[in-house]
Design a protein around this ligand. Structure first.
Ligand SMILES: *Cc1c(COP(=O)(O)O)cnc(C)c1O
Length: 440
């Protein structure tokens, strides 16, 4: 029996299929979305409903083709519906979607992760980046016998309670500094420092070092827009964590296998104690992974006293998609190509903004980029907040009108994939130049 949903208040009456679906969604799903970043509240208009996608292109429920620079928020480094991934998923699904028992493929994925990330002596597969980060701090607290964690303003580590203090991504978009429903006692154990401010971390370490269980950081920040680490920042964190005895956790849920077939920790020669992965390592299916030093990881049940579990953990279909993605990345090594496209895009955007006298710039690293409407560079959340979010919203709508799909928020990172071509970048730049021209 199907329920006939009431039309939600404020939905575009008589709109296209996306608008009609959104009206139905809002009657039965809070805000009409299953993750708040998908709502268009920060940019205006109706969320795009996607019918299907291939390569760098989405087809909306309205039948529009959109050039995609959101990439499902990071996992789709090979583009949508990559043949190797689709085939792996179909084969795995045909053999059974879940067993709640061990499989060969999960061993292969764990071996591959440990081989590509030498600081990972052990790794456990979970179902999301949130779970990976949640497990990482539980391990750090057990390992150190301490309670406090230090995170960075605008850092996002999923939606477990302690991470919703001064968090980035959707919490910035929604304009909430923190979430309701997080007990004060949980928030009291969370210290927050500005990103890229090693002196602030040192001050907190002097005061709280003996209570500090973990320092958790995105080694390249991606949830306040793209903010690369300043020279010496990650090295400084490594030093402070060692001096205080805190566990250093690199949250590489976005950056793992994004800038090379490994982590930022490996690329920069800094070994964290624990690393969190997600997104790319599941190839577009739900997954997360937490790994690191054997002495910490072996505290996990059933070996140790730190409990962690999951009915669908190491799911055969998700693991197959992840393996196919990582093996394709290793075989095809598209990173230099994505980085070159990223550089062309960023240089082209900066030039267009300069020519039109618009205070905007493009932060870029490899295939990651963010368009900031403000003078550069953005080094932390305060800098990102000083940018003009309304100008981004106008830019977003003009780009969408031109058939280009960006993340619907000024505080997010855009993603290139191996499926993007120089022609796609040229199309982005032509549309951006027009969007900037009409904004001045
Ligand atoms: C996306 C993200 C997470 C959370 O992962 P989910 O799979 O959405 O739970 C954690 N940390 C970072 C850096 C992320 O970008």
């Amino acid at each position: 029996m199907t329920r006939r949903p009431k039309r939600a208040k404020g939905a575009t009456p008589g709109g296209g299929p996306s608008a009609r679906l959104f009206a139905r969604a809002r009657a039965v799903i809070p805000g009409g979305v299953n993750s708040p970043v998908r709502a268009f509240r920060a940019v205006g208009g109706t969320p795009v409903f996607v019918r299907r996608a291939r390569g760098a292109r989405l087809v909306s429920a309205d039948g529009r083709a959109l050039l995609d620079f959101c990439g499902s928020w990071g996992p789709l480094v090979l583009g949508h519906a990559h043949p190797a991934v689709v085939e792996a998923v179909q084969r795995a699904a045909a053999d059974g979607t879940s067993f709640g028992a061990c499989t060969k493929r999960e061993v292969e994925l764990a071996e591959l992760l440990c081989a590509q990330v030498p600081s990972m002596k052990r790794v456990r597969l979970v179902n999301s980046g949130t779970e990976a980060c949640m497990t990482a701090i539980r391990l750090a607290r057990a390992h150190t016998g301490r309670a406090k964690i230090l995170k960075f303003d605008g850092g996002y580590h999923g939606h477990a309670d302690p991470f919703l203090v001064a968090a980035g991504s959707g919490l910035l978009t929604a304009g909430v500094a923190s979430s309701a429903g997080v007990p004060g006692a949980v928030a009291a154990d969370v210290l927050v420092a500005p990103y890229n401010d090693i002196a602030a971390v040192e001050r907190l370490a002097v005061r709280h070092g003996r209570d500090l269980a973990a320092i958790v950081v995105e080694p390249v920040a991606g949830n306040m827009g793209l903010v690369p680490p300043a020279p010496g920042f990650l090295e400084g964190l490594r030093k402070i964590a060692r001096a205080t005895g805190a566990v250093l956790i690199f949250d590489e849920v976005i950056t793992g296998f994004r800038l090379g077939p490994t982590t930022v920790g490996v690329l920069r020669g800094i070994a964290p104690d624990l690393t969190c992965l997600g997104k790319i390592v599941g190839g577009g299916l739900p997954i997360g992974a937490v790994g690191g030093r054997a002495g910490i990881m072996d505290r996990l049940a059933p070996l140790g006293d730190v409990y962690q579990a999951g009915t669908l953990s190491g799911n055969p279909v998700a693991v197959a998609a992840g393996l196919a993605t990582l093996r394709t990345l290793l075989a095809e090594d598209p990173y230099a190509r994505m980085a070159a496209l990223g550089e062309t895009l960023a240089r082209g955007f900066d030039e267009a903004a300069r020519r039109r006298g618009v205070a905007a710039h493009c932060a870029q690293l490899g295939g990651l980029f963010t368009v900031f409407f403000g003078e550069g560079p953005v080094r932390n959340l305060a800098d990102a907040r000083r940018c003009d979010a309304a100008a981004y919203a106008r830019f977003f709508r003009r780009m969408l009108d031109a058939g280009i799909y960006l993340p619907p928020s000024a505080f997010e990172t855009c993603f290139l994939s191996a499926a993007h071509t120089p022609a796609d970048i040229a199309r982005f730049l032509a549309a951006a130049a027009r969007a900037l021209a009409s904004s001045s």
